[in-house]
Design a protein around this ligand. Structure first.
Ligand code: PMP
Length: 395
């Protein structure tokens, strides 16, 4: 059976990380992997998570099966985080399930869409997170792209995006990044969200919103602004959330899929299908991460602490954006990199050639993916001078 297989290339980002780890240069910088790092370059467990883990250790008294939906308290808290006090919650038009990370949330959404319409097409932004295409195709969906990032002008190709979305069929799904677009850092503004919502309503496609970075852009509510606006306009929608970044729970694998239906009765039918989809893939989601998140969100004290820790992560990322742009100027770089300060979240494209990316790696031990996507959290006060000088030399 295995003899017919051809080896697949390793994931380029993981390959890059392995190379970085082997590099003996003491000045090496990792701008590849998309995880938050503090000033010391460490991805630490949040203090609020440590406290929630202590609480669970003292209070958890069973590991019995929990069911395909996961923990109802986690699901309720996640729905509130996503929608605030939006009418869709008051109208009981949403159902949320816990999933193994944001990836699991997307795969469950994809399988659910397949149950609605086998072979359906989903449109993703060009570019998009590298795993979107593979996971949607693996679920049997057809993947097509709409224009998004204008590499030349380092801006959003909004006209191209809107024109493409107007051509989408009512039977299709469209994937939108809620905030902190991966890989470009280029987000829609409020007016643009309204225009996309108007098109979604008039065309009738299903919006699938991927929110992997809530709180990393402008704030918890600010980052959900677009999807809440979308929920005002459309009758059906899916939101896929991840707690990997904003709770720092990467390896605990916790996220959520939320479906919005036309009515409470209609969404109940969809929900029964969603539960079946889960049952036949992994039966039930992991519970530990959900237990931590619900413990944090349902405690005033821990929630407050989380809010502060999340704000600190966001402020550091935004500060790093300013820092690198200022340092490039200080080092005599005349090319305009101001766009980096206007973009949001973990990533921006530096906008240099693949050869220059390779030169940064070979000569300066600075690691970023070939597209020149930089993970902004890898910048620190201790390495930014060396980084800016190296970029200046390569330019
Ligand atoms: N969506 C996007 C846009 C992402 O960037 C990521 C993680 N890099 C995910 C989903 C998946 O997140 P998780 O690690 O929780 O599976």
């Amino acid at each position: 059976m295995f003899g017919s297989l051809k080896a697949l290339p390793a994931d380029p980002i993981l390959g890059l990380l392995a190379k970085y780890r082997e590099d003996a240069n003491p000045q090496k910088i990792d701008l590849g992997v998309g995880v938050y790092k503090n000033e010391a370059g460490h991805t630490a467990v949040l203090d609020c998570v440590k406290k929630a883990e202590k609480y669970r250790l003292d209070n958890e008294d069973t590991k019995v099966y929990i069911g395909p939906t996961g923990s109802p308290l986690f699901n309720d808290e996640m729905a509130k985080l996503i929608f605030g006090n939006h009418k869709v919650l008051q109208d009981n038009r949403t159902r949320t399930v816990s999933t193994p990370g944001g990836t699991g949330a997307l795969r469950v959404a994809a399988e659910f869409i397949k149950s609605c319409k086998p072979g359906a097409t989903i449109w993703v932004s060009n570019p998009t997170w590298a795993n979107h295409t593979g996971l949607f195709q693996a679920a049997g969906l057809t993947v097509k792209t709409y224009p998004y990032y204008d590499y030349e002008n380092k801006s959003l190709d909004f006209d191209g995006m809107l024109a493409a979305l107007k051509q989408v069929s009512a039977d299709d799904a469209v994937l939108l990044h809620a905030c902190c677009h991966n890989p470009s850092g280029m987000d829609l503004n409020q007016e643009q969200w309204q225009q996309v919502a108007d098109v979604a309503k008039s065309v009738g496609f299903l919006p699938v919103v991927d929110m992997a970075y809530q709180g990393f852009g402008d704030g918890l509510d600010e980052d959900a602004y677009g999807l809440r606006l979308m929920a005002n306009s459309v009758e059906e929608m899916i939101v896929c959330s991840s707690c990997s970044k904003n709770f720092g729970l990467y390896r605990d694998r916790i996220g959520a899929t939320t479906i919005i239906g036309k009515s409470s009765a209609a969404v109940d039918i969809a929900y029964s299908v969603l539960l079946y989809v889960i049952r036949v893939i992994y039966s039930m989601p992991p519970a530990h991460g959900a237990a931590l998140v619900e413990t944090i969100l349902s405690s005033d004290e821990l929630r407050h602490e989380w809010y502060n820790e999340l704000s600190e992560m966001r402020d550091r990322i935004n500060g790093n954006r300013r820092l690198i742009v200022d340092k490039l100027k200080e080092n005599g770089v005349t090319r305009n990199f101001d766009f980096i300060t206007e973009q949001k979240g973990m990533f921006s494209f530096l906008g240099i050639t693949p050869e220059q990316v390779q030169q940064l790696q070979d000569e300066y031990a600075i690691y970023m993916v070939g597209s020149s996507r930089m993970s902004i959290a890898g910048i620190a006060n201790s390495n930014v001078d060396y980084l800016a000088q190296s970029i200046a030399k390569v330019l």
